[in-house]
Design a binder for this molecule. Sequence first.
Ligand SMILES: C[S@@+](CC[C@H](N)C(=O)[O-])C[C@H]1O[C@@H](n2cnc3c(N)ncnc32)[C@H](O)[C@@H]1O
Length: 201
Amino acid sequence: MRERKSGRYYFEKEYAENKGTYWNFKPSDRLIYFEKLLKRKSKVLDLGCGTGRVALYLAKKGHEVTAMDISETAISRLDEYAKKEKLKIKTFVEDMEDYKIKENYDAIAALFSLHFLPKNKVYKLVKNMKDKTKKGGYNFVGVFRKSKGNRNKYPFDNGELSKMYSDWKIVSYKEFSKEEKHGEKGKPHTHDIANLISQKK
Ligand SMILES: C[S@@+](CC[C@H](N)C(=O)[O-])C[C@H]1O[C@@H](n2cnc3c(N)ncnc32)[C@H](O)[C@@H]1O
């Protein structure tokens, strides 16, 4: 495995330095809104799931969740939380960069993980996500946009994420800025975000 600033080693360090969830477990309004769109017992894939902010919430709501991340620490923490809460979540450690989605899903989520891939891999994976979503199913995607100080591998242009889904129904698309602080030692900083929920026609 090559060393990448934003890949396995970067996140392993972040997770090791911050016990617990790293990201807040409180479901965002958009996550609550997204879940309400899903039919009962939807089959959902969460790409770059971290410690399970999205996967755990969806599993609690009765959906059949599969979650993957490049970080072994994140996945083992997610497994522990799921066990404690008696939730069944299929998990695995994998690099999204060359990952091919094998099954078809009612919904696929990729929250704040795509911008860690290079541009060609982002486009390839989004195509794969769209192909592997069942007709009438949903994609829920959050990314960081280009802004001063953003050092992610592929910060998105304004409007770019919604353009990638121009052949789907855009249920909700929002661009906004958010002040955040990650983990116990994190410094407050601002992210320019694009957030999309779309439905396959
Ligand atoms: C900002 S966190 C978001 C976690 C979770 N999706 C959420 O919204 O709370 C980004 C996650 O993407 C994962 N990640 C980064 N590069 C990845 C890659 N190439 N393959 C799989 N996961 C990756 C990191 O390990 C990290 O857990």
